[in-house]
Design a protein around this ligand. Structure first.
Ligand SMILES: Cc1cc2nc3c(=O)[nH]c(=O)nc-3n(C[C@H](O)[C@H](O)[C@H](O)COP(=O)(O)O)c2cc1C
Length: 237
C-alpha cells in the first residue's frame, strides 16, 4: 500500500505534528506500507487562482507550474492520504489548504449526486481512496478540532475518498514542554499505522484512546504556568 503524508505545519519537521506523524509512519512502515512524507512548508505551492483551466481547457491538469506538479503524481499513486494538519485559527494551515484547493483539478465541471444525495463533481482522476486526519492544537479541549474535522470530512466526501478517521491530540503547548508525556500516545499512533497498513479500520477502542487528551485540564494549566513564566522572561520581565 502506498501512503502520501502531508505535514501542514509551518514549522515543518520541528513541530509536534512531525513527531506524531513519525510515530504513525513507523507503524505504517512496519505494517508494510510505503510512505512518502512531504513537508508542505518546504514546497512552493501557490493558492488556486480559480482560472478553471483544469476543468474547462486542459481537463485534470492544473495550469500553474510549481511544486504541485511533484505532488499530483504522488496523489494519483497513493492509496491513503494522511493530512497531518495542526490547527491554525480553527482549521488547517494556509499552506495545506492551498494544496487541497489545488486538488480541484481532479474534478470535472459536471455535476452528479453522491451516495449521500449531495451534489458533487465527477472526477478526471482519482484522489487516494482513503483519507486520514492527524492533528494537534495548542489549547487543551478536544472541541478545538471540531471545525477542522468537519472540513476534513467534507473534503474527503468531495474527493470521493473514504474518511478513515481523525486522530487529534490537543494541548501541544504543554506537551512540547513535557514531551515525555507523549510516549503512550506515540505508541498508540504506531499501532494505528499498523492497522491502516494492513487495510484494516482502526479499532474503535484504539481510536478513542488516541483521541483521549494526553493531559488533564489541571495538568495542562499547571504546565502552562511554566510556559507563561518563559514568555514573560522572553518579553523582558
Ligand atoms: C497561525 C496559528 C494559528 C493557530 N491557531 C490555533 C487555534 O485556533 N487553536 C489552537 O488550539 N491552537 C492554534 N495554534 C497552535 C498550533 O495548533 C500548535 O502550536 C501546534 O502545535 C502547531 O503544530 P506544530 O507543533 O507541528 O508546528 C495556532 C498556531 C499558529 C501558528
Amino acid at each position: 500500500m502506498k501512503v502520501l503524508a502531508l505535514n501542514g505545519s509551518a514549522r515543518a519537521g520541528k513541530g509536534l505534528t512531525a513527531r506524531l506523524l513519525a510515530a504513525l509512519t513507523r507503524g505504517l512502515e512496519q505494517g508494510g506500507a510505503a510512505v512518502t512524507v512531504r513537508e508542505v512548508a518546504r514546497l512552493k505551492v501557490a493558492p488556486c487562482v480559480a482560472c478553471l483551466k483544469c476543468m474547462l481547457k486542459t481537463p485534470g491538469v492544473c495550469a500553474q507550474n510549481d511544486d504541485m506538479q511533484l505532488l499530483y503524481p504522488e496523489l494519483q499513486a497513493a492509496d491513503l492520504l494522511v493530512l497531518a494538519a495542526p490547527v491554525y485559527t480553527d482549521n488547517m494551515s494556509a499552506q495545506l489548504k492551498a494544496v487541497i484547493d489545488r486538488c480541484i483539478s481532479c474534478m470535472q465541471p459536471f455535476l452528479a449526486r453522491g451516495p449521500d444525495g449531495r451534489v458533487r463533481h465527477p472526477l478526471n482522476w482519482s484522489m487516494p481512496a482513503g483519507m486520514l486526519l492527524l492533528s494537534t492544537c495548542s489549547f487543551p479541549e478536544p472541541a478545538t478540532f471540531a471545525p477542522l474535522i468537519a472540513t476534513f470530512r467534507q473534503q474527503a466526501a468531495n474527493f470521493h475518498s473514504a474518511s478513515l478517521g481523525e486522530l487529534c491530540l490537543p494541548g501541544s503547548l504543554a506537551l512540547q514542554m513535557r514531551p515525555q508525556r507523549l510516549a503512550g500516545h506515540l505508541n498508540l499512533l504506531a499501532r494505528a499505522g499498523g492497522h491502516l497498513a494492513r487495510q484494516e479500520p482502526i479499532p474503535l477502542p484504539l481510536l478513542l484512546a488516541i483521541n483521549r487528551p494526553p493531559l488533564s485540564l489541571d495538568e495542562y494549566w499547571e504546565i502552562c504556568q511554566d510556559y507563561e513564566a518563559a514568555c514573560r522572561q522572553r518579553l523582558g520581565g
